[in-house]
Write a protein of this length. Structure first.
Length: 778
């Protein structure tokens, strides 16, 4: 029987709601400091070129310009995610590698002066041949973008588990499909912004970033400082989706310029600059070969994926591994070969985007699996039910999967969507499709090598017991983690939700946490907060046991009390067997303060060693894995190719749900993002590598008018590795959408379009080709 809790499992009011609806909450761009200067990066106007000369003399003469810096003025140290692929300097030293690359920075007293000065800076280049696709980068005579990456291959992966060749001999049917996913952008509304100022040997940075500690770590490393001398404060953040995890040139330049000028410096991107620096989703070319039995059971999968990484690595090495790592979690098969090649090209660098490395591979394999089902005469959901991974299993690449209910998710989505009454029975131009997905619930290893806990929390109770502060550096980027963690703290302590404040996003005032990435915070920060709350509760119950035993009102009749005989809920400490005998939390806390001093609870979380021993085994490891099934119904205009998604159903296996309303919000947002990437979104470049649609007028994002009916359903499951049985929803909900919508379009028109997005033009051309073939065959 499912337990009813006081504070979790309920859609409580968001902790930040008043700040956001009233405009009281401040974002980085809203902040102003005394004597603050305004700064911009100086950017390349060539995609690949040697830097011959940077002439800043005219700009330096302009009144109001305070400093101009280039590579010669800053440390030459490189940075990135993996030490083996640190390939990005603060500013380009010898050559630029993409249009918009960083060659310097400038600051001035106001924005008007700043923009005037930027126009006065002259850069002389020796233009070099450029490559804009992996196919161009792979040619024998292609220019080498980095000497350390022969053949322009930045990351190369070759993994095999089981015996693929033997499985090929045993397979009843083998099919190969090749599909392409495009480069897309996160679409957050707030551009990056960073403000830095120095006080003695210490620097403070206010930044729109997804991880205060990760930024602190790299700033300290780049400038050869102690981490304790770098303070990072994150104001409210206007969305991230992975685009604010990588280290930004803005933060580094702000620190450097502030050091030189002795004044606060605000660095900021305009919206177009985000297209060059937002670390978009990788474009991918994916080929799958799968062998199955007559009944549709998968015997082996071969996966070859080519990624367009753009000019630098950053988080891209993880993207390459993620492209193949999690297929084995989704479906249960023993034999798997994964080959991946991440090429550097002369386009803006790619990185993490919601569902890191997963939406394109899920789209490709879910399309591929639908074709196999069709060839075998099977229903698409039936083949997924046969192959769905089960709970308490281990994947061939060494991931331990505890709770996993993909089969049940498929069955619930099938029933909720009316699948049996629609599949194969809808009129031409209308179709229904299914897709599966899921994600990690926190990466098993941190973003840099360390033995530190993944999350630490502390809870302090005021001396009069009437208020609690939760300290954590988990980062709320709009998803509601502050609210969820406050609910968890309230539940763990038995303390009123409305009397708790959360203190986060400040490396001086908060505790250690690695921030918002890999859907980690509800489980990882949740464990730390839960344990801190339980620590408070233990101390409260021990103190209350001393206080209740001396009450002389005859209320307690069992003799001397022990803490185990007590409990605390909603701010009341009571005897379990006789709840009428009670005392308020506040009274106990005051007594504790008098006797022991400040009442503080502490908690931390580390997942321990996870995963296998093969190269790259760290990527994809997680204490828990979510699963999800989505069904989409579409209408396609057979004359114009225009597609409209009319209905969507999502069933998420996300463990215990702390806040249902926030979960459903994540699902709706994931559908919006997934539908956009399937039908409209693509970053377009000209022949020089310049972005052609770097604005929200020409880069087509879904609006409220494009959103279909969405039914968000939740399986009542329990994850043993999560606090109260929780696991993720935020990123996993994006991963099935591309596949289910693409499969629905295929069902509607009878033609598979192998390259995203599924634009009206592509659909129209595919229908015309189909019509011509049908006429030619008669």
């Amino acid at each position: 029987m499912k337990r009813e809790y006081s504070y979790i499992g309920k859609s409580l009011k968001r902790t930040d709601i008043l700040d956001k609806v009233t405009g009281r909450g401040k974002f980085a761009a809203d902040l102003k400091f005394s004597n603050m200067l305004y700064g911009k990066l100086i950017r390349s106007t060539e995609a690949h070129a040697r830097i011959i000369k940077i002439d800043t003399s005219e700009a330096e003469k302009l009144p109001g310009v305070r400093a101009i810096i280039t590579a010669k003025d800053v440390p030459s140290i490189k940075y990135g995610l993996s030490p083996a692929r640190y390939d990005e300097n603060i500013f380009c030293i010898d050559k630029v590698r993409y249009y918009g690359d960083k060659i310097g920075a400038i600051c001035a007293v106001d924005e008007e002066t700043l923009y005037k000065a930027l126009k006065l800076i002259k850069v002389e280049y020796e233009v070099l041949p450029a490559v804009f696709t992996p196919a161009e980068a792979a040619k024998p005579d292609a220019p080498q973008i980095f000497e350390e990456y022969p053949g322009n291959i930045n990351t190369e992966i070759h993994l095999e588990f089981g015996d693929v060749e033997k499985a090929k001999q045993e397979a009843y049917y083998i099919r190969t499909d090749r599909l392409q996913g495009q480069r897309t952008l996160h679409g957050f509304i707030e551009p990056h912004c960073s403000i830095a100022y120095w006080e003695g040997k210490r620097v403070t940075i206010h930044s729109a970033h997804q991880s205060a500690h990760y930024l602190q770590h790299h700033i300290a490393r780049i400038f050869d400082m102690k981490e304790g001398d770098v303070r990072v404060v994150l104001p409210y953040i206007g969305g991230g989706f992975g685009g604010k995890v990588d280290i930004s040139g803005l933060d580094i330049a702000a620190v450097a310029l502030s050091k030189i000028t002795g004044q606060p410096v605000k660095m900021f991107y305009d919206l177009e600059e985000v297209w060059y620096n937002g670390r978009a989703r990788h474009g991918m070319d994916m080929k799958y070969t799968t062998g199955v039995t007559k009944e549709g059971k998968i015997l082996f999968v071969e996966n070859e994926t080519i990624l367009d990484g753009g000019a630098y690595t950053g988080l891209g090495v993880a993207s390459a591994y993620y492209a193949g790592a999690l297929l084995t979690v989704l479906y249960d098969f023993d034999n798997y070969r994964f080959d991946a090649y991440r090429y550097v090209t002369n386009l803006p660098p790619c990185g993490a985007q919601r569902g890191h490395g997963q939406p394109h591979p899920r789209y490709a394999f879910e399309s591929h699996l639908d074709h196999i089902a069709e060839d075998l005469g099977m229903d698409p959901i039936e083949i997924r039910l046969i192959n769905a991974r089960k709970a308490n299993t281990v994947t061939p690449n060494g991931y331990e999967v505890k709770s996993y209910y993909l089969k049940e998710a498929n069955e619930m989505a099938r029933d909720a969507s009316g699948w049996k009454d629609k599949k194969g029975k809808l009129p031409v131009g209308r179709g229904i499709g299914v897709g599966n997905g899921g994600f990690v619930t926190g990466a098993g290893y941190c973003m840099y090598r360390t033995d530190l806990p993944h999350s630490v929390a502390m809870i302090k109770i005021y001396d009069d017991g009437t208020h609690a502060i939760v300290y954590t550096n988990a980062v709320d980027i709009g998803q509601g983690s502050d609210t969820v963690l406050t609910q968890m703290a309230a539940q763990a302590m038995g303390y009123p939700y409305e009397d708790i404040t959360i203190c986060t996003r400040d490396t001086d005032l908060s505790t250690l946490d690695f921030g918002a990435y890999a859907s980690r915070q509800t489980l990882m920060a949740g464990w730390a907060v839960k344990r801190a709350g339980e620590d408070v509760k233990r101390k409260i119950l021990a103190q209350a046991a001393e206080m209740l035993k001396v009450k002389e009102d005859g209320g307690y009749r069992f003799g001397k009390l022990t803490p185990e005989e007590l409990d605390c809920e909603e701010g009341i400490v009571f005897v379990k067997q006789e709840p009428a005998v009670n005392i308020t939390f506040a009274e106990v806390a005051r007594a504790y303060f008098v006797k022991h001093g400040v009442l503080i609870g502490r908690g931390y979380y580390h997942p321990g060693k996870l995963g296998g021993t093969h190269k790259g085994a760290a990527v994809g490891t997680s204490p828990a894995y979510s699963s999800a099934t989505q069904v989409a119904e579409v209408e396609v205009d057979m004359e114009t190719g225009l597609t409209k998604v009319v209905g969507t159903w999502d069933v998420h296996d996300s463990g215990f749900v702390v806040n249902p309303q926030l979960l459903h919000g994540q699902v709706h947002g994931a559908f919006s993002m997934g539908i956009g990437e399937t039908i409209w979104e693509k970053v377009v470049f000209d022949e020089k590598g310049k972005v052609l649609n770097g604005n929200f007028a020409e880069y087509r994002l879904p609006t409220a008018l494009d959103m279909p009916y969405v039914e968000s359903l939740v399986l009542d499951t329990f994850e043993p590795n999560g606090p109260w049985g929780v696991k993720e929803v935020g990123e996993g909900a994006t991963t099935p959408t591309l596949g289910c919508v693409a499969n629905a379009v295929y069902d509607a028109i009878g033609v598979r379009i192998s390259e995203l997005p599924l634009t009206p033009e592509k659909i129209w051309r595919a229908l015309k080709e189909k019509e011509a073939k049908e006429k030619g065959g008669k």
